[in-house]
Design a protein around this ligand. Structure first.
Ligand code: ADP
Ligand code: MG
Length: 453
Protein backbone atom coordinates (compact mmCIF):
# COMPACT_ATOMS: atom_id res chain seq x y z
CA UNK A 1 0.00 0.00 0.00
CA UNK A 2 1.23 3.42 -0.79
CA UNK A 3 2.46 5.42 2.14
CA UNK A 4 0.08 8.30 1.58
CA UNK A 5 -2.93 6.07 1.20
CA UNK A 6 -2.00 4.19 4.31
CA UNK A 7 -1.48 7.39 6.25
CA UNK A 8 -4.83 8.80 5.25
CA UNK A 9 -6.62 5.66 6.30
CA UNK A 10 -4.67 5.53 9.48
CA UNK A 11 -5.49 9.11 10.49
CA UNK A 12 -9.15 8.80 9.68
CA UNK A 13 -9.48 5.56 11.56
CA UNK A 14 -7.60 6.94 14.54
CA UNK A 15 -9.65 10.10 14.71
CA UNK A 16 -12.82 8.02 14.60
CA UNK A 17 -11.58 5.83 17.43
CA UNK A 18 -10.54 8.36 20.02
CA UNK A 19 -11.96 11.68 21.15
CA UNK A 20 -11.09 14.83 19.29
CA UNK A 21 -9.41 16.22 22.32
CA UNK A 22 -7.15 13.20 22.68
CA UNK A 23 -6.43 13.29 19.02
CA UNK A 24 -5.49 16.94 19.08
CA UNK A 25 -3.41 16.57 22.16
CA UNK A 26 -1.34 13.62 21.18
CA UNK A 27 -1.53 13.10 17.46
CA UNK A 28 -1.70 16.49 15.84
CA UNK A 29 2.01 16.56 15.22
CA UNK A 30 2.63 12.93 14.54
CA UNK A 31 4.00 12.13 11.11
CA UNK A 32 4.71 8.97 9.19
CA UNK A 33 8.43 8.68 8.75
CA UNK A 34 8.70 5.29 7.17
CA UNK A 35 6.73 2.15 6.53
CA UNK A 36 8.32 -1.15 5.60
CA UNK A 37 7.58 -4.86 5.90
CA UNK A 38 8.68 -5.06 9.47
CA UNK A 39 7.88 -1.83 11.11
CA UNK A 40 6.35 1.51 10.96
CA UNK A 41 8.25 4.58 12.04
CA UNK A 42 6.37 7.57 13.38
CA UNK A 43 7.80 10.90 14.40
CA UNK A 44 6.63 12.95 17.32
CA UNK A 45 7.94 16.27 18.59
CA UNK A 46 8.63 15.53 22.23
CA UNK A 47 9.78 12.85 24.59
CA UNK A 48 6.75 13.37 26.74
CA UNK A 49 4.42 12.65 23.85
CA UNK A 50 6.43 9.63 22.87
CA UNK A 51 6.23 8.18 26.38
CA UNK A 52 2.57 8.87 26.60
CA UNK A 53 1.86 7.18 23.31
CA UNK A 54 3.88 4.12 24.17
CA UNK A 55 2.19 3.76 27.53
CA UNK A 56 -1.33 4.60 26.55
CA UNK A 57 -1.92 4.20 22.87
CA UNK A 58 0.36 1.48 21.63
CA UNK A 59 -2.34 -1.20 21.42
CA UNK A 60 -4.86 1.09 19.81
CA UNK A 61 -2.37 2.09 17.14
CA UNK A 62 -1.31 -1.51 16.62
CA UNK A 63 -4.95 -2.55 16.12
CA UNK A 64 -5.60 0.16 13.62
CA UNK A 65 -2.50 -0.71 11.63
CA UNK A 66 -3.35 -4.40 11.62
CA UNK A 67 -6.84 -3.57 10.43
CA UNK A 68 -5.59 -1.53 7.53
CA UNK A 69 -2.65 -3.65 6.42
CA UNK A 70 -3.75 -7.09 7.54
CA UNK A 71 -0.36 -7.71 9.13
CA UNK A 72 1.10 -7.00 12.50
CA UNK A 73 3.89 -4.42 12.42
CA UNK A 74 6.12 -3.14 15.15
CA UNK A 75 5.74 0.55 15.86
CA UNK A 76 8.72 2.74 16.59
CA UNK A 77 8.45 6.31 17.70
CA UNK A 78 11.20 8.69 16.75
CA UNK A 79 11.79 12.17 17.97
CA UNK A 80 12.05 14.82 15.34
CA UNK A 81 15.30 15.90 16.90
CA UNK A 82 16.72 12.37 16.53
CA UNK A 83 16.02 12.40 12.86
CA UNK A 84 17.85 15.65 12.48
CA UNK A 85 20.83 14.19 14.24
CA UNK A 86 20.69 11.06 12.15
CA UNK A 87 20.66 13.05 8.99
CA UNK A 88 23.54 14.98 10.43
CA UNK A 89 21.99 18.27 9.64
CA UNK A 90 23.09 21.23 11.59
CA UNK A 91 20.60 23.76 12.58
CA UNK A 92 21.11 26.07 9.69
CA UNK A 93 18.68 28.61 8.38
CA UNK A 94 16.67 26.27 6.31
CA UNK A 95 16.24 23.80 9.09
CA UNK A 96 15.33 26.65 11.30
CA UNK A 97 12.56 27.62 8.97
CA UNK A 98 11.08 24.16 9.02
CA UNK A 99 11.10 24.21 12.74
CA UNK A 100 9.30 27.49 12.84
CA UNK A 101 6.81 26.12 10.41
CA UNK A 102 6.25 23.27 12.76
CA UNK A 103 5.79 25.56 15.67
CA UNK A 104 3.25 27.58 13.82
CA UNK A 105 0.67 25.04 14.68
CA UNK A 106 -2.81 26.16 15.34
CA UNK A 107 -5.23 24.10 17.23
CA UNK A 108 -7.98 21.95 15.89
CA UNK A 109 -11.03 22.28 17.98
CA UNK A 110 -13.54 19.69 19.02
CA UNK A 111 -16.42 20.15 16.60
CA UNK A 112 -18.94 19.20 19.25
CA UNK A 113 -17.92 21.97 21.58
CA UNK A 114 -19.71 24.88 19.96
CA UNK A 115 -21.78 27.77 21.24
CA UNK A 116 -24.83 26.16 19.65
CA UNK A 117 -24.31 23.02 21.70
CA UNK A 118 -23.81 24.88 24.93
CA UNK A 119 -27.02 25.09 26.91
CA UNK A 120 -27.39 28.39 28.68
CA UNK A 121 -29.00 28.95 32.08
CA UNK A 122 -28.66 31.37 34.98
CA UNK A 123 -25.55 29.71 36.30
CA UNK A 124 -23.50 30.05 33.12
CA UNK A 125 -25.12 32.88 31.18
CA UNK A 126 -22.52 35.47 32.07
CA UNK A 127 -19.60 33.23 31.17
CA UNK A 128 -21.32 32.19 27.96
CA UNK A 129 -22.03 35.77 26.87
CA UNK A 130 -18.53 36.87 27.71
CA UNK A 131 -17.14 34.01 25.65
CA UNK A 132 -19.32 34.96 22.68
CA UNK A 133 -18.31 38.60 22.97
CA UNK A 134 -14.64 37.68 22.98
CA UNK A 135 -15.08 35.30 20.05
CA UNK A 136 -16.69 38.06 18.05
CA UNK A 137 -14.03 40.65 18.77
CA UNK A 138 -10.86 39.00 19.97
CA UNK A 139 -8.44 41.34 21.65
CA UNK A 140 -10.78 44.27 21.57
CA UNK A 141 -13.23 44.01 24.44
CA UNK A 142 -12.19 41.97 27.39
CA UNK A 143 -8.57 41.10 27.74
CA UNK A 144 -7.75 38.74 29.28
CA UNK A 145 -10.94 36.74 29.69
CA UNK A 146 -10.67 34.70 32.85
CA UNK A 147 -13.19 31.84 33.00
CA UNK A 148 -13.46 30.02 36.26
CA UNK A 149 -15.61 27.40 37.93
CA UNK A 150 -15.53 23.87 39.29
CA UNK A 151 -14.64 20.91 37.14
CA UNK A 152 -17.23 19.69 34.65
CA UNK A 153 -19.13 22.94 34.29
CA UNK A 154 -18.14 23.73 30.71
CA UNK A 155 -14.95 25.81 30.75
CA UNK A 156 -13.13 23.73 28.18
CA UNK A 157 -16.31 23.53 26.13
CA UNK A 158 -16.53 27.32 26.01
CA UNK A 159 -12.88 27.67 25.07
CA UNK A 160 -13.30 25.29 22.17
CA UNK A 161 -16.49 27.11 21.21
CA UNK A 162 -14.52 30.34 21.03
CA UNK A 163 -11.87 28.59 18.94
CA UNK A 164 -14.40 27.06 16.56
CA UNK A 165 -16.15 30.36 16.16
CA UNK A 166 -13.03 32.37 15.41
CA UNK A 167 -11.72 29.78 12.98
CA UNK A 168 -15.01 29.78 11.13
CA UNK A 169 -15.44 33.51 10.98
CA UNK A 170 -11.93 34.84 10.50
CA UNK A 171 -8.46 33.77 9.60
CA UNK A 172 -7.03 34.66 12.93
CA UNK A 173 -4.46 32.34 14.42
CA UNK A 174 -5.80 30.63 17.49
CA UNK A 175 -3.80 28.45 19.79
CA UNK A 176 -5.44 26.41 22.53
CA UNK A 177 -3.23 24.66 24.99
CA UNK A 178 -3.60 23.05 28.35
CA UNK A 179 -1.37 24.40 31.08
CA UNK A 180 0.18 20.98 31.32
CA UNK A 181 1.16 21.08 27.65
CA UNK A 182 2.58 24.55 28.05
CA UNK A 183 4.73 23.50 30.97
CA UNK A 184 5.89 20.33 29.20
CA UNK A 185 6.71 22.29 26.14
CA UNK A 186 8.74 24.78 28.10
CA UNK A 187 10.55 22.15 30.13
CA UNK A 188 11.40 20.20 27.00
CA UNK A 189 12.78 23.26 25.29
CA UNK A 190 15.10 23.79 28.19
CA UNK A 191 16.22 20.19 28.17
CA UNK A 192 17.29 20.32 24.54
CA UNK A 193 20.95 20.21 23.59
CA UNK A 194 22.95 23.11 24.76
CA UNK A 195 24.60 25.24 22.14
CA UNK A 196 21.54 25.63 20.04
CA UNK A 197 19.34 26.44 22.98
CA UNK A 198 18.76 29.99 21.93
CA UNK A 199 17.19 28.86 18.71
CA UNK A 200 14.77 26.57 20.49
CA UNK A 201 13.75 29.24 22.90
CA UNK A 202 13.22 31.57 20.01
CA UNK A 203 11.02 28.97 18.40
CA UNK A 204 9.07 28.49 21.57
CA UNK A 205 8.50 32.21 21.75
CA UNK A 206 7.38 32.35 18.16
CA UNK A 207 4.93 29.57 18.71
CA UNK A 208 3.18 31.33 21.55
CA UNK A 209 3.61 34.93 20.60
CA UNK A 210 2.75 34.85 16.94
CA UNK A 211 -0.88 34.05 17.54
CA UNK A 212 -3.90 36.30 17.63
CA UNK A 213 -5.63 34.35 20.34
CA UNK A 214 -3.99 32.25 23.02
CA UNK A 215 -6.14 30.06 25.23
CA UNK A 216 -4.63 28.33 28.18
CA UNK A 217 -6.79 25.83 30.03
CA UNK A 218 -6.60 24.95 33.73
CA UNK A 219 -4.11 27.60 34.79
CA UNK A 220 -4.22 26.33 38.38
CA UNK A 221 -1.59 23.78 37.29
CA UNK A 222 0.92 26.51 36.59
CA UNK A 223 1.29 27.05 40.32
CA UNK A 224 4.24 24.82 41.08
CA UNK A 225 6.23 25.49 37.91
CA UNK A 226 8.21 28.61 38.65
CA UNK A 227 10.19 28.90 35.45
CA UNK A 228 7.19 28.22 33.31
CA UNK A 229 5.30 30.81 35.27
CA UNK A 230 7.89 33.39 34.40
CA UNK A 231 7.79 32.41 30.79
CA UNK A 232 4.03 32.56 30.79
CA UNK A 233 4.14 36.05 32.26
CA UNK A 234 6.46 37.09 29.44
CA UNK A 235 4.17 35.51 26.88
CA UNK A 236 1.21 37.23 28.45
CA UNK A 237 2.90 40.63 28.36
CA UNK A 238 3.93 40.28 24.78
CA UNK A 239 0.45 39.26 23.63
CA UNK A 240 -1.28 41.82 25.77
CA UNK A 241 0.90 44.66 24.54
CA UNK A 242 0.06 43.70 21.00
CA UNK A 243 -3.66 43.59 21.71
CA UNK A 244 -3.84 39.87 21.19
CA UNK A 245 -6.59 38.04 23.00
CA UNK A 246 -5.72 35.89 25.99
CA UNK A 247 -8.24 33.49 27.48
CA UNK A 248 -7.54 31.66 30.67
CA UNK A 249 -9.53 29.04 32.52
CA UNK A 250 -9.17 28.03 36.12
CA UNK A 251 -10.95 25.82 38.61
CA UNK A 252 -10.81 28.61 41.17
CA UNK A 253 -10.94 32.38 41.40
CA UNK A 254 -7.88 34.58 40.85
CA UNK A 255 -7.59 35.19 44.59
CA UNK A 256 -7.58 31.48 45.28
CA UNK A 257 -4.69 30.76 42.94
CA UNK A 258 -2.37 30.70 45.90
CA UNK A 259 0.72 29.43 44.10
CA UNK A 260 0.66 32.01 41.38
CA UNK A 261 2.88 35.04 41.50
CA UNK A 262 1.16 38.28 42.35
CA UNK A 263 2.22 39.99 39.17
CA UNK A 264 0.47 37.32 37.14
CA UNK A 265 -2.66 37.55 39.29
CA UNK A 266 -2.67 41.30 38.88
CA UNK A 267 -2.71 40.78 35.12
CA UNK A 268 -5.61 38.36 35.33
CA UNK A 269 -7.51 41.08 37.14
CA UNK A 270 -7.01 43.52 34.28
CA UNK A 271 -9.63 41.93 32.11
CA UNK A 272 -12.98 40.30 32.61
CA UNK A 273 -13.55 37.52 35.10
CA UNK A 274 -16.53 35.29 34.48
CA UNK A 275 -17.52 32.46 36.77
CA UNK A 276 -19.59 29.41 35.97
CA UNK A 277 -21.77 28.07 38.75
CA UNK A 278 -23.26 24.62 39.13
CA UNK A 279 -26.33 24.09 36.95
CA UNK A 280 -29.72 24.24 38.62
CA UNK A 281 -32.37 21.62 38.08
CA UNK A 282 -33.95 23.38 35.09
CA UNK A 283 -30.63 23.74 33.33
CA UNK A 284 -29.76 20.11 33.96
CA UNK A 285 -33.06 19.12 32.37
CA UNK A 286 -32.35 21.31 29.38
CA UNK A 287 -28.86 19.90 28.97
CA UNK A 288 -30.26 16.36 29.06
CA UNK A 289 -32.87 17.28 26.48
CA UNK A 290 -30.23 18.81 24.26
CA UNK A 291 -27.87 15.87 24.58
CA UNK A 292 -30.49 13.28 23.74
CA UNK A 293 -31.47 15.06 20.55
CA UNK A 294 -27.86 14.76 19.49
CA UNK A 295 -27.52 12.00 16.94
CA UNK A 296 -24.66 10.35 18.81
CA UNK A 297 -27.01 9.41 21.59
CA UNK A 298 -29.81 7.18 20.49
CA UNK A 299 -31.93 7.74 23.53
CA UNK A 300 -35.57 8.42 23.88
CA UNK A 301 -36.26 9.41 27.46
CA UNK A 302 -39.61 10.36 28.92
CA UNK A 303 -40.06 13.26 31.30
CA UNK A 304 -39.95 11.12 34.42
CA UNK A 305 -36.58 9.73 33.43
CA UNK A 306 -35.24 13.17 32.65
CA UNK A 307 -36.43 14.34 36.07
CA UNK A 308 -34.84 11.35 37.68
CA UNK A 309 -31.48 12.00 36.03
CA UNK A 310 -31.58 15.72 36.78
CA UNK A 311 -32.34 14.99 40.41
CA UNK A 312 -29.62 12.40 40.83
CA UNK A 313 -26.70 13.31 38.64
CA UNK A 314 -25.07 15.87 40.93
CA UNK A 315 -23.66 19.14 39.68
CA UNK A 316 -20.95 18.00 37.30
CA UNK A 317 -22.18 17.98 33.70
CA UNK A 318 -19.60 15.35 32.87
CA UNK A 319 -21.35 13.10 35.33
CA UNK A 320 -24.68 13.83 33.70
CA UNK A 321 -23.22 12.75 30.38
CA UNK A 322 -21.96 9.59 32.06
CA UNK A 323 -25.53 8.78 33.11
CA UNK A 324 -26.76 9.16 29.54
CA UNK A 325 -24.03 6.97 28.15
CA UNK A 326 -24.77 4.37 30.78
CA UNK A 327 -28.45 4.41 29.83
CA UNK A 328 -27.61 4.04 26.19
CA UNK A 329 -25.37 1.06 26.90
CA UNK A 330 -28.01 -0.51 29.11
CA UNK A 331 -30.65 -0.06 26.45
CA UNK A 332 -28.43 -1.71 23.86
CA UNK A 333 -27.23 -4.57 26.02
CA UNK A 334 -30.67 -5.39 27.41
CA UNK A 335 -32.16 -4.99 23.98
CA UNK A 336 -34.83 -2.60 25.19
CA UNK A 337 -36.76 -0.48 22.72
CA UNK A 338 -37.85 2.33 24.96
CA UNK A 339 -36.55 2.70 28.46
CA UNK A 340 -39.02 3.04 31.32
CA UNK A 341 -38.28 4.86 34.56
CA UNK A 342 -37.80 1.50 36.27
CA UNK A 343 -35.27 0.41 33.62
CA UNK A 344 -33.41 3.64 34.05
CA UNK A 345 -33.31 3.37 37.83
CA UNK A 346 -32.00 -0.15 37.50
CA UNK A 347 -29.39 0.94 34.94
CA UNK A 348 -28.17 3.77 37.14
CA UNK A 349 -28.39 2.09 40.50
CA UNK A 350 -24.65 1.82 40.98
CA UNK A 351 -24.21 5.46 40.12
CA UNK A 352 -26.72 7.00 42.50
CA UNK A 353 -25.99 6.79 46.21
CA UNK A 354 -29.33 7.73 47.69
CA UNK A 355 -31.64 7.89 44.73
CA UNK A 356 -34.06 10.76 44.88
CA UNK A 357 -37.48 10.18 43.36
CA UNK A 358 -38.64 13.08 41.43
CA UNK A 359 -41.40 14.41 43.71
CA UNK A 360 -39.22 14.82 46.68
CA UNK A 361 -36.80 17.22 45.08
CA UNK A 362 -36.76 20.96 45.03
CA UNK A 363 -38.40 20.92 41.62
CA UNK A 364 -40.97 18.38 42.75
CA UNK A 365 -41.85 20.47 45.79
CA UNK A 366 -42.08 23.60 43.69
CA UNK A 367 -44.54 21.86 41.38
CA UNK A 368 -46.79 20.67 44.18
CA UNK A 369 -46.80 24.05 45.93
CA UNK A 370 -47.41 25.97 42.71
CA UNK A 371 -50.38 23.76 41.85
CA UNK A 372 -51.82 24.04 45.34
CA UNK A 373 -51.72 27.84 45.36
CA UNK A 374 -52.60 28.14 41.68
CA UNK A 375 -49.48 30.10 40.80
CA UNK A 376 -46.74 29.18 38.34
CA UNK A 377 -43.37 27.68 39.22
CA UNK A 378 -41.79 30.73 37.64
CA UNK A 379 -43.68 32.89 40.14
CA UNK A 380 -42.20 30.84 42.95
CA UNK A 381 -38.72 31.37 41.54
CA UNK A 382 -39.30 34.97 40.57
CA UNK A 383 -39.40 38.25 42.41
CA UNK A 384 -43.08 39.22 42.23
CA UNK A 385 -44.25 40.87 45.40
CA UNK A 386 -47.94 39.90 45.53
CA UNK A 387 -48.78 38.80 48.99
CA UNK A 388 -50.18 35.43 47.90
CA UNK A 389 -47.10 34.67 45.80
CA UNK A 390 -44.73 35.65 48.57
CA UNK A 391 -46.46 33.29 50.95
CA UNK A 392 -46.49 30.40 48.48
CA UNK A 393 -42.83 31.03 47.75
CA UNK A 394 -41.84 31.05 51.41
CA UNK A 395 -43.79 27.89 52.10
CA UNK A 396 -42.07 26.20 49.17
CA UNK A 397 -38.67 27.28 50.48
CA UNK A 398 -39.57 26.02 53.93
CA UNK A 399 -40.67 22.65 52.60
CA UNK A 400 -37.51 22.30 50.52
CA UNK A 401 -35.46 22.78 53.62
CA UNK A 402 -37.62 20.41 55.66
CA UNK A 403 -38.00 17.63 53.15
CA UNK A 404 -34.76 17.45 51.19
CA UNK A 405 -31.12 17.20 52.09
CA UNK A 406 -30.32 20.29 50.09
CA UNK A 407 -28.35 23.16 51.60
CA UNK A 408 -29.60 26.74 51.84
CA UNK A 409 -27.37 27.99 49.00
CA UNK A 410 -28.50 25.13 46.80
CA UNK A 411 -32.16 25.89 47.49
CA UNK A 412 -31.48 29.56 46.80
CA UNK A 413 -30.00 28.61 43.45
CA UNK A 414 -33.13 26.65 42.53
CA UNK A 415 -35.30 29.59 43.44
CA UNK A 416 -34.00 31.78 40.67
CA UNK A 417 -30.57 32.34 42.19
CA UNK A 418 -31.62 33.86 45.51
CA UNK A 419 -29.19 34.43 48.32
CA UNK A 420 -29.09 31.76 51.02
CA UNK A 421 -30.11 34.35 53.60
CA UNK A 422 -33.46 34.67 51.83
CA UNK A 423 -34.06 30.95 52.27
CA UNK A 424 -33.05 31.03 55.92
CA UNK A 425 -35.39 33.93 56.48
CA UNK A 426 -38.30 32.11 54.79
CA UNK A 427 -37.62 28.93 56.70
CA UNK A 428 -37.59 30.68 60.06
CA UNK A 429 -40.60 32.78 59.27
CA UNK A 430 -42.82 29.82 58.33
CA UNK A 431 -41.39 27.71 61.13
CA UNK A 432 -42.46 30.35 63.66
CA UNK A 433 -45.79 31.06 62.08
CA UNK A 434 -47.06 27.52 62.09
CA UNK A 435 -46.59 27.45 65.85
CA UNK A 436 -49.51 29.81 66.38
CA UNK A 437 -51.35 29.78 63.03
CA UNK A 438 -53.45 26.62 62.89
CA UNK A 439 -54.62 27.18 59.36
CA UNK A 440 -51.11 27.58 58.00
CA UNK A 441 -50.11 24.45 59.85
CA UNK A 442 -52.88 22.52 58.13
CA UNK A 443 -51.85 23.80 54.73
CA UNK A 444 -48.25 22.78 55.31
CA UNK A 445 -49.31 19.33 56.50
CA UNK A 446 -51.51 18.88 53.46
CA UNK A 447 -48.65 19.89 51.17
CA UNK A 448 -46.30 17.46 52.87
CA UNK A 449 -48.74 14.65 52.24
CA UNK A 450 -49.02 15.58 48.59
CA UNK A 451 -45.26 15.77 48.19
CA UNK A 452 -44.73 12.37 49.82
CA UNK A 453 -47.32 10.63 47.68
P1 ADP B 1 -14.60 21.88 32.55
O1 ADP B 1 -13.57 22.24 31.52
O2 ADP B 1 -15.21 23.07 33.19
O3 ADP B 1 -14.12 20.88 33.55
P2 ADP B 1 -15.93 20.72 30.27
O4 ADP B 1 -16.00 21.90 29.38
O5 ADP B 1 -14.93 19.69 29.96
O6 ADP B 1 -15.81 21.17 31.79
O7 ADP B 1 -17.39 20.07 30.32
C1 ADP B 1 -17.63 18.72 30.68
C2 ADP B 1 -18.66 18.14 29.75
O8 ADP B 1 -19.92 18.73 30.03
C3 ADP B 1 -18.37 18.42 28.29
O9 ADP B 1 -18.69 17.29 27.54
C4 ADP B 1 -19.29 19.56 27.95
O10 ADP B 1 -19.72 19.49 26.60
C5 ADP B 1 -20.46 19.33 28.88
N1 ADP B 1 -21.12 20.58 29.27
C6 ADP B 1 -20.82 21.38 30.32
N2 ADP B 1 -21.65 22.43 30.39
C7 ADP B 1 -22.51 22.30 29.36
C8 ADP B 1 -23.62 23.08 28.87
N3 ADP B 1 -24.01 24.20 29.49
N4 ADP B 1 -24.27 22.63 27.78
C9 ADP B 1 -23.90 21.49 27.16
N5 ADP B 1 -22.87 20.72 27.56
C10 ADP B 1 -22.17 21.11 28.65
MG1 MG C 1 -11.61 21.59 31.34
Amino acid sequence: MEKNVFWEKFISSLSATISNVSFNTWFNDMKLYDLNDEKILLTVPYDSIKDHLINNYYEILEDIITNILGINLKIDFLLESDIRKEKNINIDDQENNNEIEYYKYYSNFNKKYTFENFVVGNSNRFAYSSAVAVAEKPGKLYNPLFLYGKSGLGKTHLMHAIGNYIKKNSNKKVLYITTEQFVNDFVNINKKDTGNNITYIEMFKKKYRNVDVLMIDDIQFLGSATMSQQEFTNTFNSLYDNEKQIIISSDRSVDDLKLLEDRLKTRFNWGLKADINPPDYELKRKIIEKKITNEDLLLNLNNDIIDYIAANCGNDVRNLEGFLIRLMAYQAIMNINTLTLEDSMEALKDYTNNPIYSNNTIAGIQNVVAKYFKVSVDDLKGKKKHKAIIQARQIAMYLCRMMTEETYPRIGLEFGGKDHSTIIYAYEKINNEIKHNGQLKLIVEELKQQIKS
